[in-house]
Ligand binder design. Structure first.
Ligand SMILES: Nc1ncnc2c1ncn2[C@@H]1O[C@H](COP(=O)(O)OP(=O)(O)O)[C@@H](O)[C@H]1O
Ligand SMILES: [Mg+2]
Length: 369
């Protein structure tokens, strides 16, 4: 009987989605089958400190954050392969190996390729998308350009730099009005959870919307506002990905699926799983989801979000999330559950996929003498 796999679960992080990550990680840690896995929870505080608990009983995210007594680091040196625990005087003490890592981090420094870069350097298999797909999935402008290049239907958009707008706001705003018109959605290019996003109805609200988005990113994207149903699909796999049944987000109160509807107000939105769609529509959406995943060179998992425009019945790919919400009641795992893959089994598959991707990459020749 081989030893249990040692699974590092990294959560928290220097991100606006820190709290969401704690919730996702709690579900993942609770679901990891202890007959197969030994769990090593690793917290990153909002300040960026890496902590672990020395006691196996304090496994859950809040306990690790509140009671963690040990600072840890991942070695970027692959010959060390794993985690270093620091003693009280700051000296690196015990080393422990990790077989695989699940970075349950949402948003900045987690979903954007940065932690993936560290894990590539360390040569540890990890769950989810690699550096490129993560970075691209985080940047709404680059992502949409790749979708367009792959022939996927997307909403009309334009983009500019914060410095361009600051230098010449009137000119930027009249270009936006000419190219996109009203209503439009103004977004920081690299963020998530609807932070910094607003809907503009006229020039005055456009100016305020750009000013808001400009607080969060140096790049700003403006899209035509569509009146649409919001459909989401889960994708799973590496080179031959599969798509789940689609689900639908039905906002109950907010004008759009904003931060409050996502995380604050439990009644802010309702999930319809599966979404009410014809079989043909379902198949079409699943195909588009797989193509969107492949367009960014995705691996492991991704949730692809669509607009189904009312009136025209046009399907538009809105975005891909490479580390979607992962609590047991989140859309990503719920869609797999409805498609026949339970939460625990889903985590097993994602871990297998991490090893598969690592093996596949290890086949590359890296020196030629
Ligand atoms: N072009 C658009 N037309 C209509 N609604 C939009 C548009 N873009 C975004 N929204 C609304 O804003 C929400 C958040 O936008 P999204 O692009 O998905 O950003 P995030 O990465 O923060 O989830 C969407 O779920 C939708 O409700
Ligand atoms: Mg979204």
């Amino acid at each position: 009987m081989p030893d249990k796999l040692r699974v590092g679960v990294i959560f928290g992080g220097r991100s606006g989605e820190h709290e969401v990550s704690l919730r996702s990680a709690e579900s993942v840690i609770n679901a990891l089958d202890r007959d197969k896995y030994e769990v090593v929870p690793i917290a990153i505080t909002k300040q960026g400190k890496w902590l672990a608990s020395s006691e196996a009983t304090n496994l859950l995210p809040n306990a690790v954050l509140e009671r963690a007594d040990q600072r840890v680091a991942i070695f970027s040196d692959p010959t060390e392969r794993g985690l270093a625990r620091f003693s009280g005087d700051g000296k690196a003490g015990e080393r422990e190996s990790l077989d695989v890592i699940i970075p349950v981090l949402h948003g900045t420094h987690g979903e954007d390729g940065t932690i993936q870069g560290l894990l590539e350097m360390a040569d540890v298999p990890y769950v989810g998308c690699g550096v490129l797909a993560s970075a691209v999935g985080m940047d709404k402008i680059v992502m949409k350009r790749l979708f367009r290049e792959a022939g996927l239907p997307i909403v009309e958009f334009t983009h500019f730099l914060r410095t361009q707008w600051e230098a010449n706001p009137k000119q930027i705003e009249s270009c936006v009005i000419e190219e996109i018109g009203f209503p439009c959605f103004v977004k920081p290019a690299n963020l998530g959870s609807s932070v910094g996003i607003s809907k503009a109805m006229d020039s005055k609200s456009l100016d305020a919307a750009i000013a808001l988005a400009a607080n969060f990113d140096r790049k700003i994207i403006v899209e035509r506002g569509v009146d649409a149903r919001e459909i989401e699909v889960s994708v799973l796999g590496n080179d031959s990905p599969i798509a789940s049944l689609p689900g639908e987000i039905i906002p109950q109160t907010a004008e759009f699926y904003d931060y409050k509807a996502k995380y604050v107000d439990a009644n802010g939105a309702r999930l319809a799983i599966p979404a009410e769609l014809t079989e043909a529509r379902t198949a079409e959406i699943q195909q588009l989801a797989i193509r969107a995943f492949q367009a960014i060179d995705g691996s492991g998992l991704g949730r692809v979000d669509f607009f189904l425009e009312r009136g025209t019945e046009r399907l538009l790919v809105n975005e891909i999330n490479t580390m979607p919400g992962f609590t047991s009641i989140s859309m990503y795992p719920k869609l797999w559950e409805a498609s026949g893959i339970g939460y625990g089994q889903l985590i097993d598959r994602l871990i297998e996929m991490a090893f598969e991707r690592h093996r596949e990459k290890s086949r590359n020749v890296t020196s030629y003498e």
